[in-house]
Write a protein that binds this ligand. Structure first.
Ligand SMILES: *[C@@H]1O[C@H](CO)[C@@H](O)[C@H](O)[C@H]1NC(C)=O
Ligand SMILES: *[C@@H]1O[C@H](CO)[C@@H](O)[C@H](O)[C@H]1NC(C)=O
Ligand SMILES: *[C@@H]1O[C@H](CO)[C@@H](O)[C@H](O)[C@H]1NC(C)=O
Ligand SMILES: *[C@@H]1O[C@H](CO)[C@@H](O)[C@H](O)[C@H]1NC(C)=O
Ligand SMILES: *[C@@H]1O[C@H](CO)[C@@H](O)[C@H](O)[C@H]1NC(C)=O
Ligand SMILES: *[C@@H]1O[C@H](CO)[C@@H](O)[C@H](O)[C@H]1NC(C)=O
Ligand SMILES: *[C@@H]1O[C@H](CO)[C@@H](O)[C@H](O)[C@H]1NC(C)=O
Ligand SMILES: *[C@@H]1O[C@H](CO)[C@@H](O)[C@H](O)[C@H]1NC(C)=O
Length: 354
């Protein structure tokens, strides 16, 4: 994750300015809807096996898909495809934990680790999926119990709660039920799940791929990274979702549908990470499972996700109520793809497609 994020965040302003204005006029608040499909196609031309591009603006969501959802069987990507969202899981976990914190003393009173420390863990810049010593081909289908994860130093909020504070015993429910009661059911998100031991994706599935050192992809069994046991990323990176649901989450969070003012303010209270934001504009700050960063059309909030075979960026721009989600089906994109990806996200945050 560190290498990947460094590449994503260290882009110069110069690179950004060409990427952001690649299509359309950035000063024009509206954009021809056909352009949404062109943006998805461009990401595939830049080297992603498939790309899904989603924009939500007020209550309206538009999505475009391009490329192949499964190379070996030549299945085309569809807007409703499910993918692994990696660390885009963290804000959902933060919302669940904030509810629990305020609903009683269910959280551990550890003298050394506060809730804020845990949710701001490593400023969110570390992705468990990128640790070569933790995830190897030999552990691809291994089930990691919460206790084993803690022993490996993989302390995520729900893991800590379940193993050290008996979170699951206290509430009598697994963590998945907490996401369900505080997010999925109120928002009627029926296509999002947080699998712990299921190794395949629900249908329709968007497969994720590993490129070779040139960034070339094949549909062979080695390069298809989709199937794996997601327990290693419990609470941190195990979301499986379509782009539409990710956008709905961010729009709803900022519309006040998930947290009240007290808890929402806590979530958005950020610390500097000393990293640069998208395209090198301004700084990147981190709150409770949420980044804030400058864009040419206002401060945006959201999260990046990188997990084997996938790279996702989901951001919300409160100044115009736009949410943008871009999903790539590789986690080692070449530089031209990274540029196209950032330009696309900025366009989704700044221009309404209709
Ligand atoms: C939208 O863009 C497409 C492709 O550039 C173009 O063919 C079409 O005429 C445009 N539609 C409108 C209403 O501008
Ligand atoms: C979004 O909703 C707000 C409030 O109803 C409205 O003022 C605004 O024009 C809408 N934006 C778009 C782009 O439709
Ligand atoms: C943003 O959109 C939501 C609907 O998802 C709406 O409830 C809210 O009022 C809008 N906010 C603004 C500032 O337009
Ligand atoms: C805010 O939400 C939390 C969690 O749902 C709840 O426990 C708390 O009472 C709420 N606070 C206010 C001021 O409504
Ligand atoms: C995980 O799934 C495997 C394979 O189906 C099964 O053998 C194992 O018991 C499961 N572990 C847990 C903790 O559910
Ligand atoms: C792999 O990518 C490189 C650089 O983009 C290209 O020159 C080469 O032809 C590709 N190789 C194959 C086998 O597609
Ligand atoms: C399978 O894909 C990987 C990654 O793209 C590549 O390095 C490898 O050479 C491929 N193997 C075969 C047999 O095509
Ligand atoms: C950011 O830089 C400041 C000043 O050098 C330092 O005190 C702080 O620990 C750094 N924060 C992180 C998250 O690295």
């Amino acid at each position: 994750m560190m290498k990947q994020l460094t590449i994503v965040l260290a882009l110069s302003l110069q690179v950004l300015s060409t990427a952001a204005v690649a299509i359309g006029n950035p000063n024009q608040p509206y954009q021809n809807i056909t352009t949404l499909q062109i943006l998805a196609n461009t990401l595939v031309e830049a080297g992603s096996p498939a790309a899904i591009v989603t924009q939500r603006w007020n209550d309206s969501t538009k999505t475009a898909a391009a490329g192949l959802a499964e190379i070996a069987r030549e299945v085309r990507a569809r807007s409703k495809d499910h993918f692994r969202g990696g660390s885009t899981t963290k804000p959902w976990t933060a919302v669940a934990v904030l509810h629990l914190k305020y609903l009683g003393n269910l959280l551990p009173q550890s003298p050394s680790i506060s809730i804020r420390n845990l949710l701001q863990m490593e400023s969110g810049l570390f992705d468990v999926a990128r640790d070569p010593n933790f995830q190897t081909p030999a552990t691809r289908y291994k089930y990691w119990s919460p206790t084993e994860l803690v022993q490996h130093g993989r302390i995520a909020i729900p893991i800590t709660l379940s193993s050290e504070c008996s979170f699951e015993k206290v509430t009598g429910k697994p963590i998945a039920d907490t996401y369900e009661s505080v997010i999925l059911r109120p928002l009627r998100l029926r296509h999002t799940s947080f699998p712990i031991n299921a190794t395949t994706l629900p249908s329709p599935a968007l497969h994720g791929y590993l490129g070779d050192s040139n960034g070339n992809w094949t549909g062979n069994a080695t390069s298809d990274l989709t199937d794996r046991n997601p327990s290693f990323a419990f609470g941190n990176g195990n979301i499986v979702t379509p782009g539409h649901d990710l956008a709905e989450f961010w729009g709803s969070l900022f519309a006040g549908k998930l947290l009240n003012q007290t808890t929402f303010s806590e979530m958005l209270t950020t610390v500097p990470t000393n990293s640069t934001g998208l395209g090198g504009i301004g700084s990147l700050d981190y709150g409770l499972g949420v980044y804030s960063l400058a864009t040419p059309c206002g401060t945006a909030y959201g999260h990046v996700g990188v997990i084997q075979g996938y790279q996702i960026l989901a951001l919300h721009n409160p100044s115009n109520n736009a949410t943008g989600v871009v999903t790539l089906t590789t986690n080692n994109p070449p530089m031209n793809l990274v540029n196209a990806y950032i330009g696309t996200v900025l366009q989704l945050l700044c221009q309404k497609f209709e």
